[in-house]
Design a protein around this ligand. Sequence first.
Ligand code: IVH
Length: 668
Amino acid sequence: MILQQASKRATELREIINQHNYHYYVLDEPDIPDAEYDRLLRELTDIETEFPELIVSSSPTQRVGATPLSEFEQVKHVVPMLSLGNAFNEEDMQAFNKRINERLETERVAYSAETKLDGLAVSILYDNAELKIAATRGDGYTGENVTHNIRTISSIPLNLLGDDLPELLEVRGEVFMTHKSFEELNNIQRNNNDKLFVNPRNAAAGSLRQLDPKITAQRSLSFFAYGIGDYKGKVDFKSHTQILKQLKLWGIPVSPETKEMNSIQDCLDYYRDISERRTSLPYEIDGVVFKVNNLLQQQAMGFVSRSPRWAIAYKFPPVEEMTKVLDIEVQVGRTGAITPVARLEPVFVGGVTITNATLHNLDDIKRKDVRIGDWVYIRRAGDVIPEVVRVIKEKRRRVTEFTMPEVCPVCGADIERQEGEAVFRCMGGISCSAQNLQAIIHFVSRKALNIDGLGEKIIIQLIETGLVNSVADLYTLADKRDTLSKLERMGKKSANNLIEALEKSKKTTLERFIYALGIREVGEATARSLAQYFKAFEPIESASTDELEQISDIGPVVAHNIHSFFQQKHNKEIIEALKKVIHWEAVETNLLSSLEGMTFVITGTLSSMGRDEAKQRLLALGAKVSGSVSKKTNYVVYGDSPGSKYEKAMQLGVKTLTEQELLKLLAD
Ligand code: IVH
């Protein structure tokens, strides 16, 4: 064959193979026997071996790259990858539907219904119809570049098919493992004396987060798309179901269970139907998802914190199992909270073997009357910590009551319970090694400073050998490279890697830094609000509780926690030391929700739009719109003949905006 002929045939074969793939994976209607498919693929491989200059990266022969990575790169999501609010029963669903109808001022809303696959979310970017970058969800704003592994998943096209191909398309969906593939994988693991995966979700996650694509290629992973992120193209999308249909036409697999619903009653029926068929589906699902179908309506609904108001996950009830309480011990958390934990006779629940379950606090133990030796029901829902639901009293024989220790079992400091609080706390603070350990674990965790190579066992060694007393000491390890490399489970290479990871962590974001400090009840969302509101660290350190309460999702308790955290001498010292080494980029205002967390009140007549339109536009940018003015109101927008709300704003010193100023704000 001459080059020209070979080139023509290779192009032809790629097209034929892609078409068969489409029939097999997307339409679920294989149109040729496997042997014939293999023959076509072999013919293409042969041509490419003879004429390597014809190889293109999107050829179906090029799914597995040659070289493993040494680490994952970070990828910033242009449009954040959010999570979903949950419903657990019909009332929650009715309330969801009511909220939507009220906000949209309608009587009936159409939804898209989908299954909630239990895998991991990924984003796949097609640039001019060619697969360019794929990333994990990560913290929703930054994920890991897993392009090399996503390419090995046969059902994900390397090139989009069909007409009206988009200039840019970011497909979002779930990577998962079918029950069958999971069983097969664990059989292989068992035969090789390798560790078994606990469930399909973990197996999928473990397979996707591999540096070597050859390993991922051996694991049979599947993918279903459930939406898009960034998009530039001719097709003008009006509804969510239209998006999913179009994705399918472009060759992207979409769950066959996706349906359009005309009412909330349809949704409830869909939930019932899927619940009944759940165990016969070839993959694990943990609920169903409903999304407002009309995209304009979605926009008008906007977001709360990290979830869209226009979608909800209706979860299946958790799985329960019976087992025996062998003992009740207490654990000391990062904030000193003492949590009683039931040690259990191992029991298999919802795909995982459980040996511990939380008992939350002493009141909970009393209320449920759980005693050591009791038979209990335990419950596991999704990835949350399993809990003891109730005691099986009929089975009670010889039991002992639990008593709360008077001193911390770890550091010996007093244990106290504050007024009005359910939890007991160790008063040892950072001098309690359990609290200190947890504080360090939290500081290095993925959503905080994300320092690889610092597992719990290593941290314990660092503390025990006196190399590290506080999080600030982590950054002195670079000067102690030799001592570090002599620790158990360390060695030169790991020590160097750790020092490099520490070095990398010095550049972070303000919100991660705030979150990493581990202030009580300051999670990711609150850390983000603080960063967005104050834009710099110093004003947060010195903020009064009143100032902190200006932020809409911060109430008096959290404001007090933040304020008093920064008053502690010990914390001040650590922060001073950290500030010398850690830097963050200037805080960007999140475009999607630039008014996130702000509360507006509108009064008077606006000339360029109705009050309702103004409200919808503010909501779409993440703001709240309230009917009455209070200290927490950020802005009062006033039009012609404003009423008492305007006066109230003046009295309280709330900022006011004219219509012109509002328009400018919306345009910005
Ligand atoms: S929509 C803004 N649809 O559930 C909407 N998510 O809690 C974001 N998931 O991270 C997601 N099936 O991993 C959506 N049909 C579906 C889903 C789904 C599974 C997962 C996904 C996401 C999490 C949201």
